[in-house]
Ligand binder design. Sequence first.
Ligand SMILES: NC(=O)c1ccc[n+]([C@@H]2O[C@H](COP(=O)([O-])OP(=O)(O)OC[C@H]3O[C@@H](n4cnc5c(N)ncnc54)[C@H](O)[C@@H]3O)[C@@H](O)[C@H]2O)c1
Length: 273
Amino acid sequence: MPDVSAMPVAIITGSGQGIGLGIAQALAHANHRIVLTDREPDRLVSAQKTLDLPPEQVIALPLEVSDAASWASAIAEVERHFGGLNLLVNSAGISPRGTAESTDEALWYQTLDVNLKGPWLGIKTCLPLLKKSRGAIVNIGTTRATRPMPGLFSYICSKAGLLGLTQQVAVEYISQGVTCNMVAPGWVDTPGERILQAKHGRPDFPNGVRNLTTSEEIGEAVVFFTTSVGRKITGQMLYVDSGMHVADDAGMIYLPENARGRYHDPEVAQRDQ
Ligand SMILES: NC(=O)c1ccc[n+]([C@@H]2O[C@H](COP(=O)([O-])OP(=O)(O)OC[C@H]3O[C@@H](n4cnc5c(N)ncnc54)[C@H](O)[C@@H]3O)[C@@H](O)[C@H]2O)c1
């Protein structure tokens, strides 16, 4: 068993479930001390059970990412408990539907507050500790930030903004040894995504969808940015999306039975030609 007190410390937002929890699992596996955070305290309890780590390797803190005071008290607690911080992962996010016309100002601000202001406040609050440790920041974006889809107006705007934020922070802190990158998932089966899909007419999701990425795989991509080669990379976006950014839905979308898998199943591809 490695010395827990020597392990780097990682804080992950939205790690009560879904991708954030998968990231926490992968980082724990890669010998990090873990700070679980979420705005839903019940999720933190079950996430801590899922991780099943020794108490000296994990703490769980309530955190509303769009609130500066919430960040300040969480990071004060991280410093008090673990004495420093090596990695910030901004994963908390919402993905409401709406077009440029149907989106109202309230939805616009809600999405931008969580998905864009949240990571900025997190970075701003964590930077004093990250500069000391010459640490890393990883933002969770989406492949849709560069390949938009109708009906995701405020979401796309927020995540495209997050890409700009990632590059800007990378440039501003490069001389201080802090790296800032983005992981861009494609389609991931998470509790949040299941609710969303059911709401929008796909109650059997993820049935019929191919090449889904798992939350743990997104976690492995985050771990990459903590490795020696990963620490040589900054201002980059790493797509982990089964090819959606080059081939649109890359055969993943919920298609009629006879059209499913046309990109990845050679037999179906030949039949459909
Ligand atoms: N699931 C996908 O297919 C997919 C694809 C691309 C990108 N993403 C991105 O991955 C991230 C996680 O998505 P997910 O599918 O795991 O979602 P999810 O809804 O399953 O989990 C998100 C977690 O974040 C927490 N959260 C939400 N708003 C918060 C806030 N304001 N403050 C603190 N915590 C908050 C929620 O309580 C929840 O536990 C998001 O940024 C999302 O945009 C997801």
